[in-house]
Design a protein around this ligand. Sequence first.
Ligand code: SAM
Length: 277
Amino acid sequence: MNPSTFYVVATPIGNLLDLSQRAIEVLSQVDLIACEDTRHTGRLLSAYNIKNKTLSLHDHNERQRQEYVAELLQQGKSIALVSDAGTPLISDPGFHVVRYLREQNLTVVPVPGACAAIAALSVAGLPTDRFTFEGFLPSKSGARQSKLNELASEPRTMVFYDAPRRAIDTVQDINDVLGGERQIVIARELTKTFETIHADTAANILTWLNEDPNQLKGEMVLIIEGAHIDPNDIPEVAIKTLKLLLGEMKPKKACAIAAEIHGVKKNALYQLALAMK
Ligand code: SAM
């Protein structure tokens, strides 16, 4: 290992074989492994017969540990950072320490590997040329709906982490806020025994989830197709009607009436109405 180097090492998100050869070498040879949970990482290390020293580094002690970690690096030690699963810093601890070490001009090196968001995106079949990673959706419905409202006219594919036990409530909110026609993909238990990747409209996914309680277990990534609003596709006269109605009533009702009058898709008008807010 290079001395005075901090390696940010990705670990598996389920299937233990998804640990790169380079990650195994780094974890075996560094002087110390900083881990989100030393017991959790201990299981991974023993599966690979790696014996090494560990140090806990999680959300609650990251800032206190950063100076100690920097000191060890300055003394010439090499250190690896791992989280419980996937790539550290991606909805996981490590941001503060990496920023601090970079400010001290210390060397920080990535050892890439599994990341649930990227794994899900790679099989979703939605555009990936541009996408936005939104992390965890709020757990309370009101806050979640506000967040979805903010993103209603986002044209890029949107990637979220969410708990499957909340999936019905979340998809219900997507259905209500973004419309039942919006395409979504649920990527659950990736790389594990019950891996499920299911793509459909929000309305159909809602039915599917309600019919199969097994889909509410484990871990999941939720991907929402970006909004397609090209005002050029909506007749000028329909936009005029919509604007008039929006002054008189709530967007949902205004869009339904304008869609009925002009034979335009309600969802397209709704996205336009949100963009006009
Ligand atoms: N750092 C991790 C990464 O690179 O993906 C993410 C850590 S975040 C605390 C944990 C969340 O990632 C879970 O709640 C879930 O949304 C997602 N996740 C992790 N493993 C997963 C898997 N095997 N299948 C689906 N989602 C997973």
